[in-house]
Ligand binder design. Structure first.
Ligand code: PLP
Length: 378
């Protein structure tokens, strides 16, 4: 099997699964309890917080562990606005993941003036357009760091400077689920990450809340996570997340180079097929782990199924979007429509992938594309 769907989820790293097992079977104590083994668990929790926060360029006290990227995004949007008086404008990019996009739709129903910032053909938010949407009453701007379908990297630092210039009180959130550890940390008020995109298990994420930023907790109860997220700490998940982050930090350059090599090799091979188009930024400019290409005259879902039967796992890039034809919101926003949208496939890599896999995959894709195009012509 060749797994090229690492933006959907990743294989758990051995060190991460061992850490999770240890905290389930031996160090299973509740860090909020008072006896010695629990005190150790509390210390370990603090160390894990310092590791994950440090990689975001944040202080440990600014990090709240959550259950996933979706929870982090929902908390960032709903929680920060709930802590403000009155309603105003909320700007999110038109290519946000549903955990931000649908939250924005819900905010509109609650009376906020929600507007969607347009993106260019590569999927990156246009700073000029964003500037035109900013008003002094804008409360929150949420622009994702790396787009999960196109691999476009937004300049969140520039967004932050622009927003604060126009409206110093306005908060800037960024969904960093696809970017964390793979891109350099950015300046913002709120930053969301998720463990399972980074070789930790599913069920753990985090939200960075910059000191001084007020967020109304979504879960209230025992007051864990400094009152920001009640519920007994998910020690197995958190310790595994910290292990995965530490591993990535120790091999960052090597992992990035390895993912980029696979992406560029696959891109080069696939570019030799007739009538293919790149959706997203130039492979050297986008995220190292995401490549989106259209095979004209072929339906993405049909190609996906044919490849899956051969053992190559990819995505149509719209796992969370509508499966109806022509309804990929992200590609629509980029201006990728019609046949080009129908034939789009997203490939996403991890450091476990190899260039040999890219060669084998390209061969399979070429064969299936040729076959499907012949069928279509009949
Ligand atoms: N944001 C982005 C950009 C994503 O790609 C995903 C997952 O696909 C999420 C948020 C949601 O993360 P989780 O699956 O941890 O809820």
């Amino acid at each position: 099997m060749i797994y090229f769907d690492n933006s959907a989820t990743t294989a758990c790293l051995r060190e991460a699964s061992e850490a999770a097992a240890e905290y389930m079977r031996e160090q299973y104590f509740n860090p909020a309890a008072a006896y010695a083994p629990a005190v150790k668990a509390e210390r370990d929790l603090s160390s894990a917080r310092a590791v994950v926060a440090g990689e975001m360029g944040a202080e440990p006290g600014e990090l709240v562990f959550t259950s996933c990227g979706t929870e982090s995004n929902n908390t960032a949007l709903f929680g920060s606005l709930a802590a403000m008086r009155g309603k105003g404008r909320v700007i999110v990019s038109s290519t946000e993941h549903p955990s931000v996009y649908e939250a924005a739709i819900e905010l509109r129903e609650r009376g906020y003036d929600v507007v969607f910032a347009p993106v260019d053909i590569t999927g990156a938010v246009s700073l000029e357009a964003l500037k035109g949407l900013l008003t002094p009453s804008t409360r929150l701007v949420s622009i994702m760091h790396v787009n999960n379908e196109s691999g476009a990297v937004n300049d969140v630092n520039a967004v932050f400077s622009l927003v604060k210039r126009v409206s110093p009180e306005c908060l800037v959130h960024s969904d960093g689920v696809q970017a964390f550890m793979k891109e350099a940390p950015v300046r913002c008020d709120l930053y969301s990450v998720s463990g399972h995109k980074l070789h930790a298990p599913k069920g753990v994420g985090a939200l960075m809340i910059k000191k001084g930023v007020r967020v109304k907790p979504y879960l209230v109860g025992g007051g864990q996570e400094n009152g920001m997220r009640s519920g007994t700490s998910n020690m197995p998940g958190i310790m595994a997340f910290s292990a995965a982050v530490s591993d990535f930090a120790a091999h960052r350059a090597e992992y990035r180079a390895s993912m980029l090599a696979v992406k560029k090799r696959l891109y080069k091979n696939l570019s030799l097929i007739r009538d293919v188009k790149l959706n997203g930024p130039d492979p050297d400019l986008g995220a190292a782990h995401i490549l989106n290409m259209s095979f004209m005259g072929v339906r993405g879902e049909v190609l996906l199924n044919a490849l899956s039967e051969k053992g190559l796992l990819v995505s149509t890039g719209s796992a969370c979007a509508s499966h109806k034809r022509g309804k990929n919101r992200i590609l629509n926003a980029m201006g990728v429509t019609g046949d080009r949208q129908d034939g789009a496939i997203r490939f996403s890599f991890s450091h476990f992938n190899t260039v040999e896999e890219a060669d084998i995959a390209a061969g399979m894709i070429e064969e299936q594309v040729n076959l499907l195009r012949r069928f279509r012509r009949r």
